[in-house]
Ligand binder design. Structure first.
Ligand SMILES: [Zn+2]
Length: 83
């Protein structure tokens, strides 16, 4: 069984296929991990515009990683959702 992951916004547990993984590689700003295989600290958000806009408003990614978003990670996630 695939282990379930938790969305950092709504705290629901879902399978990896239903979530976006954001990774922070040491020394870099947070970024989308489209294939969910980049090593580094990871966190998950639902593939929903609701969770994404809440994450953006509450700066969930920056807070989870304790760093600034210099790479436009929310915009990148929005683009990913629109695909
Ligand atoms: Zn969610």
């Amino acid at each position: 069984m695939e282990p379930n992951r938790m969305c950092m916004v709504c705290r629901e547990r879902k399978s990896k296929a239903e979530l976006l993984r954001i990774v922070r590689v040491k020394g870099e700003s947070p970024k989308l991990d489209p294939n969910q295989n980049i090593s580094g600290r990871g966190m998950y958000l639902c593939k929903s515009s609701e969770c994404l806009s809440q994450a953006k408003r509450r700066r969930v990614i920056e807070r989870a990683f304790g760093c600034a978003d210099d790479g436009g990670v929310y915009e990148r996630l929005e683009t990913e959702l629109e695909r």
